[in-house]
Design a protein around this ligand. Structure first.
Ligand code: PEP
Ligand code: MG
Length: 896
């Protein structure tokens, strides 16, 4: 096996072997762009090193051979005393990762060769500056010396000379600094700074290998589900210098604006500077456009190269470059990151330029970005005072009064105040406070902290880990940069950017939602560019997708919104909501009924109410399928709280005030009390033990459908039985339902075509799907309950109790209630699809669990061959987009 590749040997598709940076350096080299010569040590070499603790036996010789070739090409030897070849060593994995080793520049400099460099460059200052940089970077990243110590020494040198920028230090001062730096290395690392250039290079290469396993990199990989065995490549590149004087410099550039997508000149340039100076913000950069004035020749060449790169990569590229005495060099390029809005714009712009087709445009955007564009946001024109910035943990814009404990959050929100709950970090005790708050702000913790996970689960705005904020919960205030925010002061937090503001920032609705709602038209003159781009991408997606998208909705209002958002029916109408509010009392009557007659009466009262619900719903969804699920939750959910009722009864007793009804109610509550209600008397079980309940619901559906038909409507109701575990349950309910439907047809004289099907939400249902399909015309996978029962996780409890720990430990990168667990729950879905279709080839298949609106899960459902996904109205555009992406991607569900 070969471990080392010259830049001329690779290409951009070899990221597995050469890492992202190496593959792109090779691609640019082959395009004939000015890339300083060099070579890449492959990820395979890193793998051997990580497995065995030592580099592969052949590596040393291979590196030597490539180094010799490089030296020949450059006409000088690494570290040669009179005219040294210098190189940079950089890590470069397939995916860029935090925690990996930073670049080490100027390898090859030593006490001797620094003199040679000075002579060759005709510039003492430059040579000593390069040497001090090498010792600093090498000391910090290779030898593990605290970088602050070097920074402090540099600051001291500047103070001594009363200057503020490092370029004002002259050669003599830099020389002194080198001596100081070497002392720091000796003291901290317990060894001298190596003078042998090859030793410098080898140590740096090993340091890159080792950095694959830093804690930060490991955690990141677990969270992002990047395999731990990929390893990193190492790039060794001949040095070019941006710090050789005013005709030199270094910069970063984008081929178009990563914020708006517009083409133009975007980037920053820093004269007389090297490497990381631009990003580090040590000195002020100038806009890239100024380079035209500074060095027209290099500027023109750079513009030309940027065009070449964009046309070649067919995408926005970001670039790092250096100019050495008027000669332009490309140091890096990659497909650049962009904002959600720019992603949509750029994708359509590239289609218009004829660079990509519609299918490719769909791969350039994703559902998470679309979701981000659908949150309300702060008015960009508002005059605001930013207090600080944390991690954008859960998107949205929230404004409210600062409160520092959950109790106050609940109390104030009950009295109608909007509050932002501010904590150092949250824990399960804060749950009620989080529910009460508009948004959550913490000063500690990352994207998987308790606050972040729970807030995302609730769809609540959250900024976490805003470390500048000093939260003092005892004194109920926070301090930031000398500014104090007391309890009751208004703050605004932006969960999409992580920014925290003082005072009320006005919130504007998302133009993308305005568009989906039909309040803004993509074709209108004033339609913004973003809306037009979203409109076109959605059309591409709808044109490509195979999956249909339905909504989970149980009232006409939601159904109408869902329709505006593009729903092609209702996949889940949960009827339990129809039994709450004023109707709860009727349910109580049903439960408390002692005689057949009492029960019949209660059902008779419920029937017209249910029927009216369905008439409205069928009308809203006229012409489209509406899946109505018969009652699912345990009955006790419709009864008063056991503790409250007990207290009420006890108090009444003590007053000798006997309330017969309360007593019976309490008995019923006790009778129906279950330790594990989610595994108890609910769903079809309820329908089988409470006579008349399901048949009443079926009658309401049938009569509503008949009424709609008589009104010349086109109702397409489907009746769904929940929590079925065996075909016998289904057969009994089915038989009763068919009788009721036949009866309604007889009495109304309307012919009804009502499909009957079941949910697959228990492992046993999935395992016996072949049998269930004999009695079901459709399946809808209830992946919420299926996840709960397959994992044995209580869906109401675990996310707040131990999921944070699981996420932090990397046991899973995302909650299985959010993204379908493909290997476990997904396997049951896949097998049930096959078994169901084997029994009944025209079996209709959908999913109505929360996963139906989750991007990654949508790809999975596409792949296993479902007919539709169903999700909450607001997530419909995301599901449409992802269904289109799934249908037009050959790589399946790899979103990275
Ligand atoms: C499910 O279990 O996935 C489902 C959709 O039903 P519910 O969430 O109402 O239990
Ligand atoms: Mg369920």
């Amino acid at each position: 096996m070969k471990f080392v590749f010259d830049f001329t040997e690779g290409n951009k598709d070899l990221k597995d072997l050469l890492g992202g940076k190496g593959a792109n350096l090779a691609e640019m080299t082959n395009l004939g762009l000015p890339v300083p010569p060099g070579f890449t040590i492959s990820t395979e070499a890193c793998k051997v090193y990580l497995d065995s603790g030592d580099e592969p036996a052949a590596l040393r010789d291979e590196v030597s051979a490539h180094l010799t070739a490089l030296e020949k090409k450059m006409g000088k030897k690494l570290g040669q005393a009179d005219d040294p070849l210098l190189v940079s060593v950089r890590s470069g994995a397939k995916f860029s990762m935090p925690g990996m080793m930073d670049t080490v520049l100027n390898i090859g400099l030593s006490d001797k060769s620094v003199q040679g460099l000075a002579k060759q460059a005709g510039d003492d200052r430059f040579a000593w500056d390069s040497y001090r940089r090498l010792i600093q970077m090498f000391g910090k990243t290779v030898l593990g010396v605290d970088g602050e110590l070097f920074e402090e020494a540099l600051e001291k040198a500047k103070d001594a000379k009363k200057v503020t920028v490092d370029t004002d230090l002259d050669a003599a001062e830099l020389k002194k600094l080198v001596t100081r730096f070497k002392k720091i290395v000796k003291a901290e690392a317990g060894r001298d700074f190596p003078q042998d250039p090859r030793e410098q290079m080898d140590l740096a290469i090993h340091a890159v290998f080792d950095s694959w396993n830093t804690e930060r990199a490991k955690l990141y990989r677990r969270q992002e589900r990047i395999p731990h065995d990929l390893g990193t490549a190492v790039n060794v590149c001949s040095m070019v210098f941006g710090n050789l004087g005013p005709d030199s410099g270094t910069g970063v550039a984008f081929t178009r604006d990563p914020a708006s997508g517009h083409q133009g000149v975007y980037g920053d340039y820093l004269q007389n500077a090297q490497g990381e100076d631009v990003v580090a913000g040590i000195r002020n950069t100038v806009p890239l456009a100024d380079l035209e004035r500074i060095d027209k020749k290099s500027y023109d060449q750079l513009m030309q190269i940027m065009e070449t790169l964009e046309t070649h990569y067919k995408d926005l590229c970001d670039i790092e470059f250096t100019i050495e005495r008027g000669q332009l060099w490309m140091l890096q390029t990659r497909v650049g990151k962009r904002t959600a809005g720019a992603a949509f714009r750029i994708a359509t712009q590239l289609v218009d330029q004829g660079l990509i087709d519609e299918a490719e445009a769909l791969q350039r955007v994703n559902g998470a970005q679309l979701a981000q564009l659908m949150f309300p946001r702060f008015d960009e024109d508002a005059k605001v005072k930013q207090l600080g910035r944390g991690i954008a943990a859960s998107p949205g814009a929230a404004v409210g009064k600062a409160v520092f404990d959950s109790y106050t959050a609940i109390k104030w929100s009950r009295s109608g105040e909007k509050v932002i709950l501010i904590r150092r970090e949250t824990n399960p005790d804060d749950l009620d406070g989080m529910i009460a708050a508009e948004g959550i702000l913490t000063s500690r913790g990352g994207k998987t902290s308790h606050a972040a996970v729970v807030a995302r689960g609730m769809g609540k705005t959250c900024v976490c880990g805003a470390e500048d904020l000093e939260v003092d919960t005892k004194r109920r205030r926070l301090t930031v940069n000398g500014h104090v925010v007391e309890e009751g002061d208004v703050v605004s937090i932006d969960g999409s950017t992580g920014k925290v503001y003082l005072g009320e920032v006005p919130v504007v609705p998302s133009p993308v939602v305005e568009y989906f709602e039909g309040r803004m038209h993509a074709g209108a003159d004033d339609a913004d560019e973003l809306v037009q781009a979203v409109h076109r991408i959605m059309a591409f997606a709808d044109g490509k997708r195979r999956l249909r998208v339905r909504a989970n909705a149980d009232n006409a209002e939601d159904a109408l919104r869902a329709r505006r958002f593009g729903a092609q029916g209702i996949g889940l109408c949960r009827t339990e909501h129809m039994f709450l509010g004023e109707r709860r009392e009727l349910v109580e009557h049903l439960i408390l009924a002692d005689t057949e007659e009492e029960r019949e009466n209660a059902l008779k009262e419920l029937l017209p109410l249910q029927k009216r619900d369905f008439v409205e719903l069928f009308e809203a969804m006229d012409g489209l399928p509406v899946t109505v699920r018969l009652l699912d939750p345990p009955l006790h959910e419709f009864l008063p709280d056991i503790t409250e009722l007990s207290v009420r009864v006890a108090l009444a007793e003590s007053r000798k005030d006997h309330n017969e009804n309360d007593l019976r109610l309490l008995q019923a509550v006790h009778r129906l009390h279950e330790q594990n209600p989610m595994l108890g008397l609910r769903g079809v079980r309820l329908g089988l033990v409470i006579p008349g309940l399901f048949t009443m619901q079926v009658r309401a559906i049938a009569e509503a459908a008949a009424e709609r038909k008589e009104a010349k409507g086109d109702p397409r109701a489907e009746i769904m039985i929940p929590l079925v575990g065996t075909v016998q349950e289904l057969e009994i309910v089915r038989e009763e339902a068919e009788q009721v439907i036949a009866e309604v047809e007889r009495t109304t004289g309307v012919h009804l075509k009502l499909a009957l099907g079941t949910m697959i939400e228990l492992p046993r249902a999935a395992l016996t799907a072949g049998q269930l399909a004999e009695a079901a015309e459709f399946f809808s996978f209830g992946t919420n309950d299926l996840t709960q029962t397959v994992w044995g996780f209580s869906r109401d409890d675990v996310e707040a109790s131990f999921f944070t720990a699981y996420l932090e430990k990397g046991i899973f990168g995302v909650s299985p209630f959010e993204t379908i667990d493909k290997d476990g729950v997904g396997k049951l879905v896949r097998d049930a699809v096959a078994a169901g279709r084997a029994t009944r080839p025209d079996l209709k298949l959908g999913v109505c669990g929360e996963h139906g609106g989750d991007p990654e899960s949508v790809h999975f459902f596409h792949e296993v061959g479902l007919d539709y996904v169903s999700c909450s109205p607001f997530r419909i555009p995301v599901a449409r987009l992802e269904a289109g992406r799934a249908a037009s991607s050959s790589t399946g569900s790899d979103h990275r």
